[in-house]
Design a protein. Structure first.
Lengths: 110, 113
């Protein structure tokens, strides 16, 4: 089965700096990679996703990159703000099966 | 309208009791899921149903029994609750096709006394 590893488990950055979260996956059949943000006490919410036929995708301050050969994908947040503080989950998917990373707790220090 | 709705939002009960959590989605999705999120924040898949049929049953004690009366509903019944069952349980749904995200409910916080 698929195995998704996510690093780091915790990340603290100063407001305005960039944050990078990295994930690796094991199953080459995975072809869809969503990222979720979970604020304290809330549900996970999709913030960006990337499909296997694309190497990079950007949405304002958030970008995701995918390297299918190396089986890794990353989330990049630029110009971080205190409201970016949350737990972030990567996932790898094929069909209707989703495999989540273990989460990264991001703290943005004002 | 809430896309994926779970009830109740909070559930506090005694060890040994039996309880149910309900989930409904109005997105027309074919696949529904139950996840358990413990204090370490891991999102652990428990069950997945596609069009009312079980497709994933991870190593979950048989005290947990999902029931899907139709593809818009996936309820979770838990018998003989134990202290270790305390967690937040999330329901989610997805279209079932490749390359489409899951949508999560707001979660049910289960506390066992």
């Amino acid at each position: 089965g698929e195995n998704v590893e996510q690093h780091p488990s915790t990340l603290s950055v100063q407001e305005g700096d960039s944050a990078v979260i990295k994930c690796t996956y094991s199953d080459s059949a995975s072809n869809y990679f969503p990222w979720y943000k979970q604020e304290l006490g809330k549900r996970p919410q999709l913030i960006i996703d990337i499909r296997s036929n694309v190497g990079e995708k950007k949405d304002q301050r958030i970008a995701v990159t995918l390297n299918k050969t190396a089986k890794h994908f990353s989330l990049h947040i630029t110009e971080t703000q205190p409201e970016d503080s949350a737990v972030y989950f990567c996932a790898a998917s094929y069909g209707n099966q989703f495999y989540f990373g273990t989460g990264t707790s991001l703290t943005v220090i004002p | 309208d809430t896309a994926v709705s779970q009830t109740p939002k909070y559930l506090v009960t005694q060890m040994g009791n039996d309880k149910s959590i309900k989930c409904e989605q109005n997105l027309g999705h074919d696949t529904m899921y139950w996840y358990k999120q413990d204090s370490k924040k891991f999102l652990k898949i428990m069950f997945s149903y596609n069009n009312k049929e079980l497709i994933i049953n991870e190593t979950v004690p048989n005290r947990f029994s999902p029931k899907s009366p139709d593809k818009a509903h996936l309820n979770l019944h838990i018998n003989s609750l134990e202290l270790g069952d305390s967690a937040v349980y999330f329901c989610a749904s997805s279209p079932g096709d490749s390359n489409q995200p899951q949508h999560f409910g707001d979660g049910t916080r289960l506390s066992i006394l």
